[in-house]
Design a protein around this ligand. Structure first.
Ligand code: ADP
Length: 464
């Protein structure tokens, strides 16, 4: 089953924290226990040395006597701490013996220690061992002491209580941080998932046709902001596409209705016998139908040029030679409007589909002539750059308003409808040109200023 992003994020964060806490707890536990055992081991040695040092002082060198009262004190104190001592003088005679003194107390204390250690440290395998130390004063042996204690180390009840308190604290800290991390993780996951959920909602609305919707405000993640920006961009372009599509439908309808109704009206008149089907009238109808057919052909060409699988028949083409050929075809047309048509530049070989490029240049030139008044100038220039061939078509005609410049490559877009109806264009020429240039891996750009002229720049990679 697929789970939500938020659940997954929260679960992952909680799992990571859980593992970290478990690891820290185990390591801390092991480390603390080991240190404590080391301390207990050292403590055992230190205590034995203390006992020896204490006993050393209880012998009077001058009288050669032991202060048995004091030794008794030292012995009893040591016994309560878990050390059973037996003191001998230098002749090996027992001076004081804890077991002798209170057999049952000794047994009880030793039993307690053994039980406690077996209970808390079952794997330790410890036991009571005796160690004998020499007693001396100013370098002279005065006797010896045998100290019986639990080895390798032993801990008293307080020590064990301290250790379990420490463990309890570790567990509490662990649980607290787990709870805290769940809360923080949940908040973080919410913060990440919320804008994504919002994006999904917006995308759903866009796919439902609501192109006016936008992702408002900033999130705290750069990637999500980028996603939101991309979504907004998509909505904007869909919105404008939608506008163009609507416009395309009205334009198409308008474009077809005028000649169609004219033809229909003429034929009706002739059928009803109101008009004689003269040569001229039939020719008029024929021309109108020709214009409709021309529009349909343009649309077909556009569909072809925009086909993603457009197959280009690439050959080595000289852009300058091509420009000259196309310009030659437009000579009479430009001459009619008294426009000076100049072609210049250097021979530029590129790998391209000649026929299709021919169409691009023809579209640009035909526009230049259409939108340049009588007596104007048109310049076609070809430039050779290291990686591409550049073709430039420049005129000093009526130009294009800045706000319309980005739209002229759109299907059926014409800057001024009424003006264009006169010139007769359908608004497809530049769309076809752009589709062909794009298929070649190149780009087409327009610069223009109203009443000053326009410049179209086609850049084509030498070897796409
Ligand atoms: P059309 O068939 O209407 O010329 P195009 O796609 O070739 O369609 O051009 C789109 C619009 O761009 C034209 O209607 C025109 O308004 C504008 N345009 C194109 N070329 C020029 C130019 N050289 N000078 C001024 N306007 C131009």
């Amino acid at each position: 089953m697929r789970r939500g992003l938020r659940t997954q994020l929260t679960a992952t964060i909680a799992l990571i924290v859980l593992i970290t806490i478990a690891l820290i707890s185990v390591l801390a536990n092991v480390f603390i226990n080991r240190e404590f055992e080391n301390y207990a081991r050292e403590q055992r040695t230190t205590r034995c040395e203390d006992i020896v040092a204490n006993l050393n002082r209880q012998y009077n060198m001058l009288t050669g006597k032991w202060d048995t009262g004091y030794i008794h004190g030292v012995g009893m104190y040591a016994l309560y701490e878990g050390y059973v001592i037996r003191v001998y003088d230098k002749n090996g005679q027992v001076v004081w013996d804890a077991e002798n003194h209170d057999m049952s107390l000794c047994g009880q204390i030793m039993q307690e220690i053994a039980d406690r250690m077996a209970r808390h440290r079952p794997g330790l395998d410890g036991g009571f061992t005796s160690q004998t130390y020499e007693l001396a004063q100013s370098g002279q042996t005065i006797g010896k002491v045998a100290i019986l204690s639990y080895g390798p180390y032993f801990l008293n009840e307080n020590d064990f209580r301290f250790l379990s308190a420490l463990n309890l604290i570790l567990v509490i800290v662990g649980l607290l941080s787990l709870a805290l991390s769940m809360v923080a993780g949940g908040a973080l996951a919410r913060r990440i998932s919320r804008p994504i959920t919002k994006t999904v909602q917006i995308a759903t609305q866009i796919s439902g046709g609501d192109y006016a919707i936008r992702f408002e405000g900033q999130t705290r993640a750069r990637e999500i902001d980028e996603l939101a920006a991309a979504m907004n961009h998509m909505a904007t372009s869909l919105e404008s596409q939608e506008g163009l599509r609507r416009r395309l439908t009205t334009d198409m309808a308008h474009e077809l209705r005028t000649p169609l109704s004219a033809v229909a009206a003429h034929l009706e008149m002739m059928m009803e016998g109101v008009w004689q089907p003269t040569q001229d009238r039939l020719k008029g109808c024929y021309e109108e139908i020709g214009r409709i057919a021309g529009l349909v052909t343009e649309l077909e060409k556009l569909a072809q040029a925009e086909d993603d699988n457009l197959r280009l028949h690439k050959k080595s083409v000289d852009l300058l030679a091509l420009a000259r050929t196309v310009s030659g075809n437009f000579e009479s047309e430009s001459a009619k409007k008294n426009i000076r048509l100049l072609v210049e530049g250097e021979a530029t070989m590129i790998l391209a589909d000649r026929d299709r490029l021919h169409r691009v240049v023809a579209n640009l030139l035909s526009n230049a002539i259409k939108y340049t008044p009588e007596g104007g100038h048109i310049r076609v220039a070809v430039q050779n750059t290291p990686h591409s061939g550049v073709l430039l078509v420049e005129d000093d005609g009526i130009g294009i308003p800045a706000e319309e410049l980005p739209l002229i490559f759109e299907r059926f877009y014409r800057t001024d409808k009424s003006r264009n109806r006169k010139t007769g264009g359908a608004g497809i020429g530049l769309t076809i040109a752009k589709a062909i240039v794009t298929a070649h891996g190149g780009k087409i750009e327009a610069q223009s200023a109203p009443n000053r002229g326009s410049r179209f720049v086609v850049t084509l990679p030498r070897r796409p």
